[in-house]
Ligand binder design. Sequence first.
Ligand code: BGC
Length: 752
Amino acid sequence: MTADAATDRLTLEEQASLTSGSTTWNTTPVRDVVLALTLSDGPHGIRRQKDVPGDPLGIQGSRPATCFPPAVTLGSSWDPALAVRVGAAIAREASALGIDVVLGPGVNIKRSPLCGRNFEYFSEDPHISGVMGAAIVEGIQSLGVGACVKHFAVNNQETDRMRVSADVDEQTLREIYLPAFEHIVREAKPYAVMCSYNRVNGVHASQHRRLLTEVLREEWGFDGLVMSDWGAVNDRVAALAAGLDLEMPPTGTDDQIVTAVREGRLDPTVVSTAAGRLLTLRDRVDRAARFEDWDVDAHHELAREAARSSAVLLKNDGGLLPLDPTARQHVVVIGEFARTLRFQGGGSSHVEPTRTDSPLDALREAVGPDTEVAFAPGFTLDGERDPALVSEAVALAARADVALVFLGLPEAAETEGLDRTHIGLPAAQLDLLREVAGTCARVAVVLANGGVVSVSEWEEHAQAVLEGWLPGQAGGAALADLLLGRHSPSGRLTETIPHRLEDVPSHLYFPGADGHVVHGEGRYVGYRHYDTLDRPVAYPFGHGLTYTTFAYSDLTAEQTGDNRWTVEVTLTNTGNRYAHEVAQLYVAHDEARPTRPRHELRGFAKIGLEPGASARARFELTGRDLAQWSTGRNRRRISPGAFTVEVGASSRDIRLRTVLTTPGDGRGHDLTAMSTLGEWLDHPVGGPAVRQALEQASVPIELAQTNPELLVLARGVPLLKLCGLVPELTPETVERLAAHLAEEGAQHARPS
Ligand code: BGC
């Protein structure tokens, strides 16, 4: 049955019942006409709550499913094809567990390293967030299971998340906080979007008509269903009217909808439209193939590949890594995380894994029974200092050629509902590291954390640092693969590692007070801040080493259409191991005094190469990649002029550059009578018109020739205000010209 037909067959009460769930995880069934849908977290594995009577919150846990690496990790792979495969595997498990819609991916921007849910998000950068998020959606929906992109929008902190107003200017919204959602909606067509808990500029996201209807549907063409985050609705009627189709979980308030319609406060078509969207979703997922089970081993192996592709080798002095299993090296393993790996974050995304690997077991298995791999925990997970454990670890390290030290954040330090207050590792772990480094000359640190941790105060004690993030259930084996050189690291940072928390651009504003968090740093989030102001960082956005080296050559850029270019570069593996390079393309604007971020990621390509081999990486650039949001014109604008294409291995390791020019979008300013003379003169159509009017008034032109400062001054004066000075320019002429141009502009308006 089509959505329209079903809506016609449902009473108002039945339609209203479809706009909220029937249980925590189910939508409402209606007679034999509409079956309930089952929803489940998400994002990096299925959390199918056990059906335990009297346990609606799922305290009794969930059914086993593969815990894939969360977004912080998978994002660091810079590998959308891998994300598609992970998404498809999640969908297969969803299907086998009876789930119709997976609540993920989460694509909020990492505005501050303190956000307790950063492990669930991809990046500080909207481009890679959008590309990776779209890949997950594509993978999930390839099996007909629905994906639900969340949390829309500007949900960048956990503190006061149900009430806080994220106060953000339109340009920042359009350039930083919305583009990942926009890209996913346009490219991957998710079946659902979840609104966030917070308010955006004072209005609850759940009843934000401009975001939920005007931007999401009317501008971006979203044709799916918008559901609330769990408990995000504050006013059922206002939310429905704003474009929120489904309240989850139910609050027993459907009668408010019915009453509002009966009293004429709510248009009945709002209700039937929302109910229709639920039916459309039902139709869409009904087309999915149904699976009974999945290959548990194969999915574990995929989780291992994903973790392995995502760990970031931050430093590797003297080529300490990889360890050579055939060399007569005495390697010891220190740190409780080697035995009890922290592989996922806490909160709604918590998955009950099908099994887990520990790095210690995986290392021992890999080197075989004849090689001893001694272990000392060194610290406990509760963070207490324990001198006995430290002494034991130091004694072990004193006998070793290499100490592998596993450090990280305990689960309690980062979880949904809580932001961190600092970015340091626990003091007991740092004490241990110092002591171990004092007795063993070669130390490699392996990190387990979801949010970025500072490294500057301790990294002098380690020759190598491998950031493993939260690697999912197969993380132990994945890390062993990298440490032993069975595979080369290929992850790259999607978030800058600052020297100090105080260096972070949002630091003065985060997490706000009095119910508001001002996004005072504007567009200058992450590397957009550090690179524009040339501030030192510990490790830049995009950074990551591997066990070989790569050369970049032959950068070419070919114009393929109006504001369209194809950029290519040759990558060559100049070392002696197979590995992947992640070539990154930034569009740069070199300005003496910055008026916009100095450069922004607009493309990337991950390519695996044998030693000595070369390949061309290819990027497509469009006008949108050059545009910035103009608040005055309420649209994107491409200014004419030169811009630089930079290609490199991180935002601070640009290898090649080329300068291109764009004619702009040909639209200039949307001129009004109050636009300045300069804006009029620079306008492709307005310029000649005004020049013609001014030519008739010879006095000012002559004056300008003999007195150029006058022209400079006049350029800044609104045209209307010049009327008194130039008799040929009357207010009527100016208004007429402006109206004429507005009409022309509308006709020539091109999407940008
Ligand atoms: C989270 C969502 C999650 C939902 C259902 C909320 O607390 O913010 O991400 O999907 O719970 O568990």
